[in-house]
Design a protein around this ligand. Structure first.
Ligand code: ADP
Ligand code: MG
Length: 263
């Protein structure tokens, strides 16, 4: 678990404007087109502070696109998204600052291959947040301990397993003190025996109170820690339900069909 190698010092989750239970992510009527192709249609949902929302649905349904809109990696033509009260689509919004408050972990770990694990953990803290090398290293090593990888600080990404690299990627995102964490199929590129160790880190993070939006087909994870499940199909949110309602009595036939295939 996260605390295997000793609890890290300092707050994991920084102060936010939102109080517990208030919306940390507000997605309002978001539509997006790639040329003539509409990839998102009128998507609306809220993620409260401390809430864990799992996003699932068939391949191509717009899950990745939706979460990329949350940290402005993708523009959208209609609607609005706010993260901790800051509008994503607003001329006055400082996008680099907003992005530094939104941690993102992708399917492919995307560590810098030519940098040591320590340097991977510290480079953005120094370059984006302006932390001193010493502060960045302390924070990075704390988080490396939280994901159980203290022994690997001086190695290079290629010397770690896929599961270990993904845990470093999570630590690297956390080092930036995000108020929310977005995950896009963080375990789907891993060998099966490595899925568990990455999900364990995510479960701990959820239990520590991190606000999380997680695209995943790992329904065991959803059952364990999700507060809500969003089901997308063809660019629409067709189901947005509590975990119990989603697994117990999905409303839409499309969600029922999806669940029957993967459970
Ligand atoms: P998911 O993550 O649910 O598999 P995506 O959000 O990746 O779905 O993609 C949704 C749809 O948008 C798919 O039909 C995909 O082909 C299309 N798409 C994704 N990225 C682009 C792009 N850059 N240009 C055009 N179409 C895209
Ligand atoms: Mg995707």
């Amino acid at each position: 678990a996260l605390a295997d190698e000793g609890l890290a010092k300092g707050p994991l989750i920084p102060p936010s404007k939102a109080a517990s239970g208030e919306p940390m992510i507000a997605i309002d009527g978001v539509s997006k087109w790639y040329g003539a192709f509409q990839v998102l249609t009128d998507c609306t949902t809220r993620v409260s502070k401390g809430e864990v929302v799992v996003v699932c649905g068939p391949s191509g349904s717009g899950k990745s696109t939706l979460i990329k809109c949350v940290n402005a990696l993708e523009p959208f033509q209609k609607g609005q998204i706010s993260v901790d009260g800051t509008k994503v689509k607003d001329r006055s919004t400082n996008l680099p600052k907003l992005r530094s408050r939104v941690g993102m972990v992708f399917q492919h770990f995307e560590l810098f291959p030519h940098l040591s694990i320590t340097d991977n953990l510290t480079i953005a803290q120094r370059k984006v947040l302006g932390r001193s090398g010493e502060d960045a290293k302390r924070r990075g090593l704390d988080l490396l301990a939280r994901v159980g990888l203290s022994a690997h600080a001086e190695k290079f990404p290629g010397q770690l397993s896929g599961g270990q690299q993904q845990r470093v990627a999570i630590a690297r995102a956390l080092a930036m003190n995000p108020v929310v964490m977005l995950f896009d199929e963080p375990t789907s590129a891993l060998d099966p025996e490595m899925v568990g160790e990455v999900l364990d880190v995510m479960v701990e993070l959820a239990r520590d109170g991190m606000t999380m939006m997680v695209v995943t087909h790992e329904m065991g994870f959803a059952r364990k820690v999700a507060d809500r499940v969003i089901f997308m199909d063809r660019g629409e949110i067709v189901e947005d339900a509590t975990k119990d309602d989603f697994f117990g009595q999905p409303r839409s036939p499309r969600a029922q069909q999806f669940l029957s295939k993967i459970l």
